[in-house]
Each structure stands twice: as C-alpha cells, then as structure tokens.
Ligand binder design. Structure first.
Ligand code: DQA
Length: 152
C-alpha cells in the first residue's frame, strides 16, 4: 500500500486592521477584501497540497495565544503583524518561544513609508521578509515555506 504523505500545516496570521482590506487605504493595500484574500491563499494552498489555517485578530493577546497553542501543531507560520510589527516585543517573544519558523509579510513596502515603519521587531528572527508586493507577498511566502519545509 502507498504511504500517505502527511500534509504540511501552515498558519497564516494577520494582525490589526487587516480585516479592513479592500476598504482601508486602497492605494496602499489594494482593493481586494480580506475574505477574498483568504480565498485566494486557500486556493493556492490546496494546489500546493498543504493544510492552511488562518487567524486574524486586532488583539495582541489573541495573536500571542494563537502562537502558543500552535506549538508542535504547526510546521510554519506566515505572519503579517501589521502595526504590531513596529511595537510588539511580546509577539516577537511568543514566536521565539514556540520556535516555529516564519516569514514576515507586508502588503506595502514598509521601508518606503514613514520612518517608524522601517523598524520591525520580527525581521531579524524571521526566515525572511517580503514587503511591497501587495497580496502577492502572501503567495510568495506560501510557496517559499513549502520549499523550506521540503528541504528539512
Ligand atoms: C502592513 C504595514 C504596517 O506598517 C501597517 O501598520 C499595517 C500593514 C502592511 O501589510 O503593509 O497595518 O503590515
């Protein structure tokens, strides 16, 4: 009998205000709404034969708890911490604690905007950062994460 290969489990985490995609500053973040974004990413995940879980919250506490309960359950995290990118040492510590490899994604180019957005509390502990490619950044991250997991 053929051995069934276990699907890789990827968690997509989105931080505050990303639920307002499509409506929020469309010049920066595009016209696609959050629901559609998730649909697009899930479709891609299916093609790549991985299991995608997603969670969006405007609360730092809830995002931290989600990271905690993902320990030993999730193989890889794709995270857009949104405004918490520039403020949250607590979220950074949560990712360090669970030791799940992750990619940091930003829809806009955080380095070409206000100075305070150039500082990320995640970049140096991430496997990589994708910033400025719109929602394609999530798809690039998904493809890359699968590649990375296959190499392991
Ligand atoms: C963002 C960039 C952040 O600076 C901002 O606070 C966001 C979204 C992005 O995806 O471009 O909410 O993470």
């Amino acid at each position: 009998m053929k051995k069934k290969i276990k699907k890789k489990k990827i968690l997509l985490l989105n931080g505050p205000n990303l639920n307002l995609l499509g409506f929020r500053e469309p010049k920066l973040y595009g016209n696609i709404n959050f629901k559609k974004l998730i649909k697009i990413i899930k479709k891609k995940a299916k093609k790549l034969n991985c299991k995608l879980y997603h969670f969006q919250s405007n609360s730092e506490n809830k995002l931290i708890n989600k990271i905690h309960i993902s320990q030993k359950k999730i193989d890889y995290i794709i995270i857009n911490p949104a405004a918490f990118t520039h403020t949250s040492i607590a979220l950074r510590d949560a990712l360090l604690a669970v030791k799940i490899p992750f990619i940091e994604v930003h829809i806009s180019n955080i380095f070409s905007r206000e100075k305070f957005r150039s500082k990320s509390w995640f970049s140096d502990i991430s496997q990589g950062i994708i910033s400025g490619f719109g929602i394609d950044g999530y798809l690039i991250a998904l493809k890359t994460s699968i590649k990375r997991l296959k190499k392991k």
